[in-house]
Design a protein around this ligand. Structure first.
Ligand code: ADP
Ligand code: ASP
Ligand code: MG
Length: 407
């Protein structure tokens, strides 16, 4: 008998039939003698619909506070429906919003970070044999404003709750039955991993594998929460995200991933002087715009070019900021290219094996795919390429690393 947090994503609660299907799984878990806290996303497509409405209503300039208040409503619909379905089947269940169980976050709208969760309240409700149905993705800041955790953030709500109540494990149910060597919806030769380390999963999520929200993996690692990724449509055991063990070190590559949500920014012909990069990037950090890869060319005649990537959703804001800052730093011009994507090869074994980078570059070259930017970490190599080559790159890289990948 365990204390379990189960999170169901948007496709798992997309309509009433699916909500009933999930309700049955929750009941099975509860009737097996477990205490269950359920975290739900909005119905598939609903958050997009709400976001589009906010943008249409304001010419793409919604106030962050009201934007969060609007896009958080999708989850209110699913949690209340789920609780009433469970009630109608004769079970004690209660829906709760982020503000009601006091998931306290900082005030950074649209990308808030959880600071505190009222674990005692959740545990006392569980003590009354109630199934708790909690709205994912949302919290409340210290002044009572509704906040959201960033797109895909329900995974993070679930892991944060699991950590706060010291659950035995957290399960996230989605439309694929685990973490694969690459997105199974892009390449049918992708293989399911039985286990993956927190660090590798972190790199996969950071590199765009949306199967788990990056912050959820960070929290799972920090609080040592065993995290399962499973399908809500079958009983397959899924993938366990856990601490690294010796077997995992033997794998050179665990996955190939892609991110279509980045844009490339070039700030051309900037004076090569101390303080320029600081001036350029400070306005971004002040607005929580995440700059990913950064490349600075060698100086020629005292001038240099800076190239970096930003989330596509921030292009407008970055354009406006650079309009001012690029003049301040004396740049000749700014160029923004949204037609790019980033492909990455991730694996713990890269720490001790050489040759992954060269294999990646030659594989892309063989297909005539030009590499525009490269970045590396201890266990990841990423290349920026033209967006139209994304699927092709994923497939040929998966084939090229077939022997090393996901044993
Ligand atoms: P949910 O709405 O349940 O949170 P998401 O759409 O956020 O689901 O995440 C699941 C999707 O992640 C899958 O449908 C799949 O296309 C994608 N995905 C990307 N990379 C991977 C991977 N390596 N393994 C499994 N799924 C992946
Ligand atoms: N509903 C939110 C989104 O679509 C949160 C989530 O699904 O995890 O981003
Ligand atoms: Mg998701």
């Amino acid at each position: 008998m365990a204390l379990i947090v189960q999170k169901y994503g948007g496709t798992s609660v997309a309509d009433l039939a699916k909500i009933h299907n999930v309700a049955e799984r929750i009941i099975r878990t509860y009737q097996a003698g477990n205490d269950v806290v359920v975290v739900l996303s909005a119905m598939a497509g609903e958050t997009d619909r709400l976001a589009a409405m906010a943008n249409a209503a304001t010419g793409d300039k919604p106030t962050p506070r009201e934007y969060d208040a609007l896009i958080a409503t999708g989850e209110q619909v699913t949690v209340s429906l789920m609780a009433m379905v469970l009630n109608s089947k004769g079970f004690k269940a209660k829906s709760l919003l982020g503000s009601q169980i006091r998931i306290v976050t900082d005030k950074n709208h649209m990308a808030a970070r959880i600071q505190k969760i009222d674990a005692d309240f959740i545990l006392s409700e569980l003590g009354k044999h109630r199934i708790m149905i909690v709205a994912g993705f949302q919290g409340v800041d210290r002044k009572g404003n509704i906040t959201t955790l960033g797109r895909g953030g329900s995974d993070t709500s679930a892991v944060a709750i699991a950590a706060a109540i010291k659950a035995d494990y957290c399960e996230t149910f989605t439309d694929v039955d685990g973490v694969y060597t690459t997105d199974p919806n892009v390449y049918d030769k992708a293989r399911k991993l039985k286990k993956i380390s927190y660090d590798e999963m972190l790199e996969l999520s950071a590199a765009g594998a949306k199967v788990l929200h990056q912050r959820s993996v960070e929290l799972a690692k920090l609080y040592n929460v065993p995290l399962y990724v499973r399908s809500s449509f079958n009983d397959d055991e899924g993938t366990l995200v856990t601490r690294e063990d010796e077997d995992m070190e033997k794998e050179v590559v665990s996955g190939i991933t892609y991110d279509r949500n980045q844009a490339k920014v070039g700030v051309i012909h900037v004076p090569d002087e101390p303080g320029i990069a600081g001036k350029l990037f400070t306005p971004f950090s002040e607005r929580s715009i995440i700059v990913d890869m950064i490349i600075q060319n060698a100086s020629v005649d005292g001038y240099t070019d800076l190239t970096f990537t930003i989330p596509k959703k921030d292009i407008k804001q970055v354009e406006q900021l650079l309009d001012v800052v690029s003049r301040e730093v004396g740049a000749e011009r700014v160029h923004i290219d949204p037609d790019i994507s980033k492909v990455s090869v991730v694996g713990l074994g890269m720490k001790s094996h050489s040759g992954v980078a060269s294999k990646m570059f030659t594989t892309l070259a063989r297909e005539g795919i030009n590499i525009q930017m490269i970045s590396t970490s201890e266990i990841k190599i990423s290349c920026v390429i033209g967006a139209k080559y994304t699927e092709l790159a994923v497939r040929v890289l998966h084939d090229a690393f077939a022997m090393e990948i996901g044993q």
